[in-house]
Design a protein around this ligand. Structure first.
Ligand SMILES: [Zn+2]
Length: 293
């Protein structure tokens, strides 16, 4: 039996749409096919952008789809102490520094190199981008290479308003939860590069990443809460799962279309072939899950 701990980590900014459902389903199937654990983490780091009822609604939908998680749900809003400890570690090793540069001062350029800010209440903290090349290997996508100072720069890990950045929190939590495998949308590939650099600086293990194609609307925009994509509801669960398996190119047999939810998930775990998604970066969502044109 392989050691596998996967996770699904939504931000509670709104209900699940088809794109987030297929990410949840693919990461669940990948974990269960490896007889691994599958954890759920709510990434509630940005209260002003969040909907207080969204986390409960996301968890309710996952349950309705039979995507049962292992262990307790973790909420990032309760884990500031861990992020603070990681920030202090980065500061003491010289990998993070205070910054008061404004967006207009940067004028669209990447931040490169320690600036003259002193630590204080009114500063952000940035990760000091190393002058290296980085090549990411992926379970589904070709290698992605980055010249870090050309394309990443020094990125914010704690904002001026004291909110934690997504990148730092994810790296700390993936390590704390022992995550070995991350299956998520290719839109997060550039975040993976930043997370990889943070893992190096904090001497944390790198999970194995597989980046899925994203589901797109008629106009080519990816499905997202910001793009007002349609919510997945709790009706027609088995039919939606069947559609999701087709979208994931798993070729479920016609006879499975009339099966119930649990039988469908059992089939999907037994027949999970992520390689069928290799090299795909995006494909249209099923029309019933696209915004009306
Ligand atoms: Zn600065």
């Amino acid at each position: 039996m392989t050691h596998y701990i996967g996770r699904f980590a939504p931000s509670p900014t709104g209900p699940l749409h088809f794109g987030s459902l297929v990410s949840a389903l693919a990461s669940f199937l990948d974990a269960r096919a490896a007889q691994g654990q599958w954890l759920v983490r709510i990434e509630d780091l940005d209260p002003p952008r969040e909907d207080p009822s969204a986390a409960a609604e996301i968890l309710r939908i996952l349950d309705q789809y039979g995507l049962y998680h292992d262990g307790e749900v973790v909420y990032q809003s309760q884990r500031s102490d861990l992020y603070q400890a990681a920030l202090e570690q980065l500061i003491s090793s010289g990998a993070a520094f205070p910054c008061t540069c404004s967006r207009s001062q940067l004028g669209g350029r990447l931040h490169l190199g320690i600036c003259s800010a002193r630590p204080g209440e009114d500063c952000a903290y940035r990760f000091l981008c190393p002058g290296t090349h980085l090549t990411l290997h992926d379970g589904l996508q070709p290698d992605h290479s980055y010249d870090c100072q050309q394309s990443i720069g020094d990125f914010v890990i704690r904002r001026r308003d004291h909110l934690w950045s997504y990148q730092l929190a994810v790296v700390v939590d993936d390590a704390a939860q022992g995550i070995t495998h991350v299956v998520r949308g290719i839109d997060l590939m550039d975040s993976t590069a930043r997370q990889y650099l943070l893992q190096q600086a904090l001497a944390l293990p790198h999970p194995h990443y597989s980046h899925l194609p994203v589901a797109v609307e008629r106009n080519g925009q990816k499905l997202s809460k910001q793009n007002l994509s349609l919510a997945v509801c709790g009706a027609d669960v088995a039919a939606t799962l069947f559609t999701a398996l087709q979208w994931l190119r798993q070729s479920p047999p016609d006879a499975l279309a009339s099966a119930g939810r649990d039988e469908m998930l059992q089939w999907a775990v037994a027949h999970w072939q992520p390689a069928l998604l290799s090299g795909l970066s995006g494909q249209p969502a099923p029309s019933s899950f696209m915004r009306p044109s």
